[in-house]
Design a binder for this molecule. Structure first.
Ligand code: GLU
Length: 457
């Protein structure tokens, strides 16, 4: 699309923002978070969100990375209003460069290449008067730089090969970008870009530099310290609703207790005023919690089945024959578990942890409560069987099961009754409570398992 055309359409818009990823790697968590902040800001102000692929570095940019970035953003639901690719706009940069040179603001300089000593190249340098540049950052307030030390810095490798700073400035201007919202690591780039704007006589956009995402030890987030690729999170079973919600909280918070947000609610509540200055520490457990919270809201049985198939790849056949109702109950139990401390991703749930869903439980722990003897346990299980037998199989809910057992549990001691039932149903030292398990297994299976355990005592 023609930029002038775009500019005309959008000139009436108060807010035009952009995400400008370089396709030199997979879609990074930090880029996705910056994209989200820009998107939220645009939507909140009825503005325009531009996606611009900054692929002027031909050696490091690849189409695979570009694809990953586009797919990742679209999976997250961060949709752009318009799209540009810098490699398709090279003539625009060359035209601008020529103008700058003609006006005496930049010059061609013949220099020995640092990469290939002995070879001479013609770079383009900006004439830098060494002004003091001050800009007001929407998040950090006034920032001042003395640009003397930058010297006449290089803005293009040749008249047809612009460097990042030049292309960014030209594009931001041509696309009518009103707010540059980007990572704090770009603060030091801003004075150079302002000098280039001044050389062209272009107006300055507003700047908002958002805090970096830090690893738990407050060092820069890197692959070694946790996953930084959105695709990897996606493959590990995280859902976009949770990623969006968590990313929004990486550097922003609404100033209230509310944490679980839909995208629509984020748009409503987001503001740059509430963006913090300090680094945003990444906490995988918090992300897991968000993931569990959002996953609980998924009611579509097809998606629930897909999630369960991902977690239990070896039990696809068993899952295929389960009723929607059983799947839903199983989903709830498993999702609850993924939100707890020791489960880093869906995939790290140990295979054996829920094996009692699919087969008779193997009793892996002592069935009797504490020091109690098997006679007591046997008697308690017998009573439990009697009490559960009279319940209707159609109303075999956790509430009904609890009500049927509760007064007897209080009479003999809760552990004395509920521990053996739970172990009879799951075989495990740790598992969901017996009421939840009974509801999940249904009346017949629950009674079968308790009877089996009772006989084997
Ligand atoms: N292309 C730059 C990057 O990927 C971003 C440029 C900007 O936001 O100004 O880091």
């Amino acid at each position: 699309m023609n930029v002038t055309f775009i500019k005309n359409i959008f000139s009436s818009q108060k807010v035009v923002v952009r995400i400008a990823p370089s396709p030199t790697g997979l879609l990074h968590l930090g880029t996705a978070r910056t994209a989200l902040f820009n998107y939220l800001y645009a939507k909140k102000h009825n503005g325009v969100f531009v996606l611009r692929i900054e692929d002027t570095d031909k050696e490091r940019s690849t189409l695979e990375y570009e694809k990953d970035i586009l797919e990742g953003l679209s999976w997250l639901g961060i949709t752009h209003d318009t799209f540009f690719k810098q490699s398709e706009r090279m003539h625009v940069y060359t035209d601008h460069l020529k103008r700058l040179i003609d006006s005496g603001k930049a010059y061609v300089s013949k220099e020995e290449s640092t990469q290939n000593p002995g070879m001479f190249i013609e770079v383009v340098r900006l004439k830098n008067k060494g002004e003091v540049v001050t800009f007001t950052d929407e998040i950090r307030g006034e920032i001042t730089f003395d640009t003397t030390s930058l010297g006449d810095f290089v803005i293009a490798r040749s008249i047809t090969d612009p460097l990042y700073h030049l292309a960014v400035v030209i594009d931001d201007h041509e696309m009518g970008i009103t707010h540059v919202i980007r990572g704090e690591d770009h603060i030091s780039n801003t004075p150079r870009q302002i000098l280039i704007q001044r050389a062209f006589g272009m107006s300055e956009p507003k700047y908002a530099h958002i805090p970096l995402i830090l690893a738990s030890d407050r060092s820069k987030m890197s692959k070694r310290k946790g996953s930084t690729s959105i695709t990897e999170y996606r493959e590990n079973g995280y859902i976009p609703e949770a990623m969006l919600n968590y990313m929004a909280f990486l550097g922003w918070n609404p100033g209230t207790e509310k944490e679980v947000y839909t995208l629509k609610e984020l748009i409503h509540d987001f503001s740059l005023d509430q963006v913090q200055k300090g680094g945003a520490v990444f906490d995988i457990l918090k992300l897991n919690w968000f993931n569990a919270e959002h996953s609980k809201k998924i009611l579509d049985s097809k998606i629930q089945l897909e999630v369960l198939e991902k977690i239990f790849p070896k039990n696809k056949n068993e899952l295929a024959v389960m009723t929607e109702e059983v799947l839903r109950k199983m989903y709830d139990v498993v999702i609850e578990r993924t939100g707890t401390k020791d489960i880093p991703t869906y995939r790290s749930i140990p295979e054996s942890e829920f094996n009692y869903f699919f087969a008779d439980p193997q009793i892996e722990t002592k069935i009797s409560w504490k020091e109690e003897g098997s006679e007591t346990t046997k008697k308690n299980l017998t009573v439990a069987i009697e009490k559960l037998r009279v319940l209707s199989e159609y109303e075999f809910t956790k509430e009904a099961v609890k009500e049927a057992l509760w007064s007897y549990a209080e009479e003999v001691g809760k552990g004395s009754l509920l521990w053996p039932i739970r172990v009879a149903l799951s075989g495990k030292e740790k598992s969901p409570d017996p009421f939840t398990l009974a509801e999940l297994l249904g009346k017949d299976e629950t009674l079968k398992r308790i009877e089996h355990a009772q006989k084997n005592l």
